[in-house]
Design a protein around this ligand. Structure first.
Ligand code: LLP
Length: 461
């Protein structure tokens, strides 16, 4: 197993190098690089046995490189720890909003995970990837009737978010439909405002004061088979306490349903575990998170005299985030004396909108010269017509030349899934690497793809 904690401090002028260490319990979400990362004899970054610079030669640039071993390891850590630590039934779902495509959905399914989807498009992808309906959970705060019908036809569980949806369902469901209810648990956590969802002022879920009324409605509509409750408190969370607090809240809902004669059997406590994007990020391991959450549910059930529910969780970022790097080719540069040096790459905010959206900080290495000392402080800019299109401010990198390959680390979560075609940049390709083999999982978009949906009315021709 490899560690990506900086070999020495940043000031010592070293890049963030993979390093062999003996602590096999380290969880991928605590690493900067995928677990198979190493430096090969040509002094280049290798992932899944593939030389990243060679991948770029073969598949083009920019390129998402996804390490299958890292993804499978995170899936297994969640699944196995939950099986070991939680005495009742359990199921891990992959929050596919982090990155939904056929190959990734198929991998998580093959590891025994179910999947959480939030739109007709994500649902369609999951079904096409071969995931059976009983392993698919549909979320969303404004599902259309069409999306609800697709979920019903695919035999998914629907996580009902609000009154309109509940009433629509009561009208369109003919035979029994499995539903869960999403409530806002009223739990604060320290993360970016946009990715916090559990506090009361949130657009997601019923407000807790509506619980009795909602349960009453469901008890009068027996086609709606209420199997459980759902809550999610936010994303990129490093604290364990909010999830422990959440357990106490969701178990109370079980008690209220039981009092109404509704035997609710499942609790979904959402996702949210953070990952390491920089050497100062220190998230708990997947195992610690699962152990804490499991114990908190067991304790809450004991205190509140409730039978143990089936426990579901739905991580996204911590499953896929560390598994991917984005490889770019370095192009132009600009030095403004005594202010800064920009180096530009051939992608940017279209393939990674997180820095401009959330001021997220990333780390990068020069993948074709891994042991070159990081002697420069440069700002890595994208190629979009937007001053804010900066991927990394003040990155510590070796001196670079046009054509060098820059690998930005931990780009698996919410990069491709939030990618755009701003400035009509085609979206990059993605390859899955394992044991020296690389397989395309997303083709690079072409200029033809960019105009595929364009229509030119006859009178404009
Ligand atoms: N379940 C629900 C209902 C969610 O809303 C989310 C994330 C998850 C699970 C998965 O959370 P995770 O384990 O990935 O933290 N675009 C933002 C993140 C938005 C998260 C939205 N919901 C970002 O790039 O940071």
């Amino acid at each position: 197993m490899l560690s990506t904690h900086p070999v020495e401090t940043q000031n010592s002028g070293r890049q963030y190098l993979p390093q062999t260490h003996s602590n096999s319990t380290l969880s991928p979400n605590q690493e900067l690089l995928p677990i198979t990362a190493k430096i090969n004899q040509r002094d280049r970054l290798e992932i899944g046995g593939c030389d990243v610079a060679e991948l770029v030669e073969k598949f083009g640039s920019p390129l998402y490189v996804v390490d299958e071993a890292t993804l499978r390891t995170t899936c297994r850590q969640y699944r196995d720890t939950l099986n070991r630590c939680y005495p009742g039934q359990s199921q891990v779902l992959y929050a596919s909003k982090a990155w939904n495509c056929l190959a990734i959905a198929a991998i998580v399914h093959s590891e025994g995970l179910g999947i959480d989807v939030v739109s007709g498009g994500e649902l369609y992808t999951a079904v096409q990837a071969g995931i059976p309906g009983d392993k698919i959970y549909l979320h969303g705060n404004n599902k259309s009737v069409e999306e609800l019908e697709l979920a019903i036809a695919s035999s998914c569980t629907i996580v009902v978010d609000n009154w309109l949806e509940l009433k629509n369902l009561a009208e369109i469901v003919n035979s029994s439909q499995r539903i869960m209810l999403r409530f806002t648990p009223g739990i604060e956590c320290h993360t970016h405002e946009y990715i916090r969802t559990g506090h009361l002022d949130s657009k997601f879920g019923f407000d807790p004061h509506q619980l009795d009324e909602v349960l009453e409605f469901i008890s009068q509509h027996p086609v709606l088979e209420l199997i459980g409750f759902h809550a999610h408190i936010g994303s990129q969370i490093f604290e364990l306490q909010p999830h422990q607090d959440l357990a106490g809240v969701v178990v109370q809902w079980l008690g209220k349903a039981a009092a109404k004669g509704l035997p609710v059997r499942e609790l979904n406590i959402g996702g949210g575990l953070g990952i390491r994007y920089t050497e100062s990020d220190d998230p708990p391991s997947i195992a610690e998170w699962v152990q804490n959450v499991s114990q908190a549910i067991v304790n809450a059930c004991t205190i509140q005299h409730q039978p143990l529910p089936k426990l579901l969780c739905e991580p996204g970022r911590s499953l896929i985030g560390t598994a991917c790097i984005t490889a770019y080719t370095i192009g132009s540069s600009k030095t403004i004396p005594e202010i800064r040096t920009y180096i530009a790459v051939d992608g940017g905010m279209s393939d990674n909108p997180r820095p401009i959206t959330y001021q997220s900080i990333y780390r990068a290495v020069v993948a074709n010269r891994m042991s070159a000392p990081a002697t420069e402080t440069v700002t890595v800019a994208g190629k979009h017509c937007e001053s804010g299109d900066v991927l990394i401010k003040n990155a510590q990198l070796p001196k670079t030349v046009p054509g060098d390959i820059l690998a930005v680390l931990a780009t698996g979560a919410y990069n491709y899934s939030m990618a755009s075609n701003y400035n009509r940049l085609p979206k990059p390709a993605a390859v899955l690497v394992q044991d020296g083999e690389a397989n395309l999982i997303l083709q690079r978009e072409t200029y033809q793809d960019l105009i595929r949906q364009d229509c030119l009315p006859e009178r404009l021709r």
